[in-house]
Design a protein around this ligand. Structure first.
Ligand SMILES: Nc1ncnc2c1ncn2[C@@H]1O[C@H](COP(=O)(O)OP(=O)(O)OP(=O)(O)O)[C@@H](O)[C@H]1O
Ligand SMILES: [Mg+2]
Length: 249
């Protein structure tokens, strides 16, 4: 296992090695529309350590997407603190948030969000272009990421030439190619049939076994149960932070 894990963490020295990947303390989020305020998160405490695989579940309107947007540095918090891999995210402005997002987080969404005119390889290379990785190195790394998700023989195919499950695997390769501290997946199987769902969940199991930190947002119990810990969101609060070793506060 060690020899499999090591190549996936070349930047580990750059992160605060002992720090949790996610550390939320008393996080609140209030949306304001005109004179109306809505408190979508009400003091959330959540700690997720390196290598954990956590599912976030909850009914519609409970605050899952709000929480995901905060975890993903896509939105700012109203109260409390958030440290991502040891960095204080609460203090950052939008430009710095975009930077930490690019460096630390790989996203997988329900819609695969691939560019239809580009090959699988070029889609996976894209995040490295923003990271100013040079052409030949980009190609090597993107190829390795696609091989990692079992698509080494589909590098030249465009998204429209791939099945739904394969497209989502390209999206997972794209999320992983920058070696993020966190893989954040929002309903990643929401658009997949049962066999492709099985395929993607199997891939997540493998990534978890290799030491990846994964947070998966879902409303499906069968999907959530594949994770090692389930966090339940209800009415803007976390009702169960899970029972596995030490992850919960
Ligand atoms: N931009 C916004 N302005 C005002 N209220 C918002 C905004 N975004 C979300 N809300 C409210 O915050 C609450 C939580 O919304 P959120 O989208 O986080 O729920 P969710 O758990 O993701 O639901 P779903 O399962 O339907 O996606 C809801 O009551 C929603 O109406
Ligand atoms: Mg949502």
């Amino acid at each position: 296992m060690a020899e499999l894990t090591l190549p996936f963490f070349p930047d580990e020295a750059a992160t605060d090695a002992g720090a949790p990947v996610i550390d939320l303390v008393g996080v609140g989020k209030t949306y304001t529309s005109g004179s109306i305020e809505f408190e979508a998160l009400k003091g959330v405490d959540l700690r997720i350590d390196q290598g954990e695989y956590v599912a976030v579940m909850g009914p519609s309107g409970s605050g899952k997407s709000t929480l995901m947007n905060i975890l993903g540095c896509l939105d700012t918090l109203t109260r409390g603190s958030y440290h991502l891999a040891g960095e204080d995210v609460g203090e950052l402005d939008e430009i710095d948030l975009a930077d930490i997002r690019n460096r630390r987080i790989g996203f997988v969404f329900q819609q695969f969000n691939l560019l239809p005119s580009l090959s699988a390889l070029r889609n996976v290379e894209l995040p490295l272009m923003y990271g100013r990785v040079h052409g030949p190195e980009r190609k090597v790394r993107a190829t390795a990421a696609l091989e990692r998700v079992g698509l080494g023989d589909r590098l030249a195919n465009r998204p429209g030439e791939l099945s739904g499950g394969q497209q989502q695997r390209v999206a997972v390769a794209r999320a992983l190619v920058g070696e993020p501290a966190l893989l954040l997946a929002d309903e990643p199987t929401g658009n997949l049939d049962s066999s492709s769902t099985h395929e993607i969940l199997g891939l997540f199991d493998e990534l978890h076994a290799q030491g990846r930190t994964i947070v998966l947002i879902t409303h499906e119990l069968e999907v959530a149960e594949r994770a090692e810990r389930v966090v339940r969101v209800m009415d803007g609060q976390i009702t169960t932070a899970g029972t596995s070793d030490g992850g919960a506060r």
